[in-house]
Design a protein around this ligand. Structure first.
Ligand SMILES: N[C@@H](CCC(=O)N[C@@H](CS)C(=O)NCC(=O)O)C(=O)O
Length: 200
């Protein structure tokens, strides 16, 4: 498998999960501005959407959209417990959480990278984020991880996007359970290894 990624982008969640599962893969860096890959390919030829993450399977198929990639990977090794089994109520809850992260956290944080949004628009995104982070705070006050006591794919995703708050002076210390969550996840060897590659 090949993971097309940009350093510290949302693709880091898939990178973490590939390492958690100890799956063989090649990480190929994408320059999101030029849309060229580090091995000289036109990224738009691989993923016409032009964004990471993209996972190329050994049969040539390219899977995109972080929540789909994360679930695909976890299902390759169901015994890992990184995702509840398909067809269970817990899996539906996991999908609810992944969708919440993608639309309510990743979305508004992603818009803050876009300097075309003026101050009033940015304020709307920041206020929305604060409300959503307060909800996550309540969950993570009760339990160590989003689905309960065990780390899973939603945690890798949340960890990845919450790291961006530092770039926009969003004071995560306002949500102490989120700070503890970030520290907890960052201690995992797979997370450390992914960070070491992406920060290099
Ligand atoms: N809906 C996509 C969004 C992916 C996304 O936002 N990727 C960003 C990095 S976090 C990107 O590559 N942006 C570059 C661009 O859109 O040109 C997903 O959830 O995977």
């Amino acid at each position: 498998m090949k993971l097309y990624y940009a350093p510290q982008a949302c693709s880091m969640a898939s990178h973490i999960i590939l390492r958690e599962l100890q799956l063989p893969f090649e990480a190929i860096r994408v320059d999101n501005r030029s849309k060229r890959t580090a091995d000289g390919q036109d990224f738009l030829g691989i993923n016409p959407k032009g964004y990471v993450a993209a996972l190329q399977l050994d049969n040539g198929e390219v899977l995109t959209e972080g929540p789909a990639i994360l679930q695909y990977l976890a299902d390759l090794k169901p015994e890992s417990g990184l995702a509840a089994p398909n067809g269970t109520w817990q899996r539906v809850r996991l999908q609810e959480t992944l969708n919440f992260i993608t639309t309510e956290i990743h979305g508004p944080l992603g818009y803050l990278f876009n300097s075309a949004f003026d101050e009033p628009a940015q304020k709307v995104f920041r206020q929305k984020l604060a409300k959503r982070l307060a909800l996550l705070e309540q969950t993570l006050e009760r339990q160590d991880y989003l689905q309960g006591s065990q780390f899973g794919i939603a945690d890798a995703y949340l960890f990845t996007v919450l790291r961006w708050t530092a770039l926009f002076a969003i004071e995560l210390a306002n949500w102490p359970a989120l700070v503890r969550f970030q520290a907890r996840v960052e201690q995992r060897p797979a997370v450390r290894d992914a960070l070491a590659v992406e920060l290099a």
